[in-house]
Design a protein around this ligand. Structure first.
Ligand code: FAD
Length: 393
């Protein structure tokens, strides 16, 4: 890797690509373009995560599944990323009486999802992109504030507050759910947009390793404590901890403001989780964390002029299907397959991308919203049904 040369381009093909956002989707896109020999500039609002202490406000780990793996495979990263992840073969459901049961993801040994460290994944992809030194330049502390969708002219604010102007033949908005690129598109006629905040917010709590330094629960599971109107989930980390996420209506978070209230709530609803999170750890984290909101976004089309949006910028979704990043990675794979099949002619590739991805993305957004109910409620009903069925056979 790292050895591609600058390609020579002909009419209709872009030479210089600007990727706005160096998050998961932007970083992967940079790898794809570099491997094809394009000149790539990645403009990222934040500092380089490889040299910062901790990315604040992001989910710590993510479930990687088939779509995401297919895209990582295309840039040669699948095996490495999978080797750094933890397979989750089933959901482990925790009842209020502290009993557990399993709901497998499939019947074949290769049907599992993988818990991966978000930050590590982002770092690995940025480092791979940067290996193509002749082709890729990463610009941190560059916040896009203006883009001309037709000419590719862009304006950024940098760390010291000064502005810089740049231009590109193709602008890719990979700048997340609150995308500045999409906001520019929304000013265009015939651009459709809708968004929905759900009534649930979330906070992340750490479940540390047990006293012997081992996992406090079996690691190869996505642990779920479904409680109908709210739920707790936990995904394993390589350091033997779990990242435990509580999804709950904001009004319920607002009711829990004292140590006694938080502990009583957990003793009542998540007694086994309380034991492994630890009372003081729970209280400290719970009372010092403001719940984050969850948004679902649909828009149409995904391209205007010489500009296109991918990932959360195009289709942010609630996280209950574990598919936001995976869908964003699939965007990258499909975009680059279209580049190959349409001779990198962006006048053809961009409309083809919208046409191909729009129905899929809208479907996964709806499925994620459906799973919002399934995970905290129906999982109980289904597992009850399955257990009954097993008992009767
Ligand atoms: P982001 O990760 O948001 O990256 C966007 C980047 O753009 C950021 O680095 C940002 O700093 C930068 N940026 C923003 N504005 C500008 C600007 N104006 N100029 C320059 N740069 C800018 N997905 C899964 O597939 N599996 C899971 O298990 C999963 N779990 C999740 C759990 C939670 C609690 C949440 C909230 C989400 C989860 N997701 C999951 C979804 C996943 O996090 C997103 O789909 C994914 O991060 C989208 O990647 P992205 O690169 O499109 O956007």
């Amino acid at each position: 890797t790292g050895s591609a040369r600058v390609r020579s381009v002909h009419v209709g093909q872009p030479k210089r690509i600007a990727i706005i956002g160096g998050g998961l989707v932007g970083a992967l896109n940079a790898c794809f373009f570099a491997q094809k020999g394009f000149l790539v500039d990645v403009y990222e609002y934040r500092a380089d995560i490889r040299s910062t202490e901790k990315a604040v406000g992001r989910s710590i780990n993510l479930a990687l599944s088939f779509r995401g793996r297919a895209a990582l495979k295309a840039v040669g990263l699948e095996d490495y990323v999978v080797s750094e992840g933890i397979p989750m073969r089933a959901r482990m459901i925790h009842d209020t009486n502290e009993s557990t049961h399993e709901v497998p993801y499939g019947i074949f040994p290769d049907q599992f999802i993988i818990s991966i460290d978000r930050r590590r994944l982002n770092e690995v992809m940025l480092s791979l992109a940067e290996k193509y030194k002749e082709l890729v330049t990463l610009h941190f502390h560059h916040k896009l504030i203006k883009v001309d969708l037709y000419s590719g002219a862009m304006k950024f604010v940098t760390e010291d507050g000064s502005t810089v102007e740049r231009s590109a033949d193709l602008v890719m908005g990979c700048d997340g759910a609150y995308s500045a690129v999409r906001q520019a598109m929304m000013k265009q006629s015939l651009f459709d947009y809708s968004q929905e905040f759900i009534e649930h917010g979330y906070i992340e709590l750490e479940t540390p390793p047990n006293g012997c330094g081992e996992y406090a629960m079996p690691p190869n599971f996505l642990h779920i404590w479904p409680r109908d109107t709210f739920m707790l989930i936990a995904l394993p980390n390589l350091d033997h901890s779990f990242t435990t996420t509580l999804f709950m209506p904001f009004r319920k978070f607002e009711e829990l403001t004292t140590e006694a209230q938080v502990l009583a709530f957990f003793r009542d609803t998540f007694p086994d989780a309380l034991k492994i999170i630890g009372e003081s750890n729970l209280v400290q984290s719970f009372l010092s964390t403001k719940p984050s909101s969850l948004i679902s976004i649909k828009c149409k089309p995904y391209h205007v002029g010489r500009t296109v949006i991918l990932g959360d910028a195009a289709h942010a979704m609630v996280p209950f299907y574990g598919q936001g990043m995976n869908a964003g990675f699939l965007d990258c794979l499909v975009f680059h397959e279209l580049m190959d099949s349409l001779d990198c002619d962006i006048d053809l590739v961009l409309p083809a991308f919208t046409e191909r991805m729009l129905p899929n993305s809208h479907a996964i957004i709806d499925l994620a919203m459906y799973n919002y109910i399934e995970m905290r409620h129906l999982v109980n009903t289904w597992s009850y049904y399955l257990r009954k069925k097993i008992d009767n056979t």
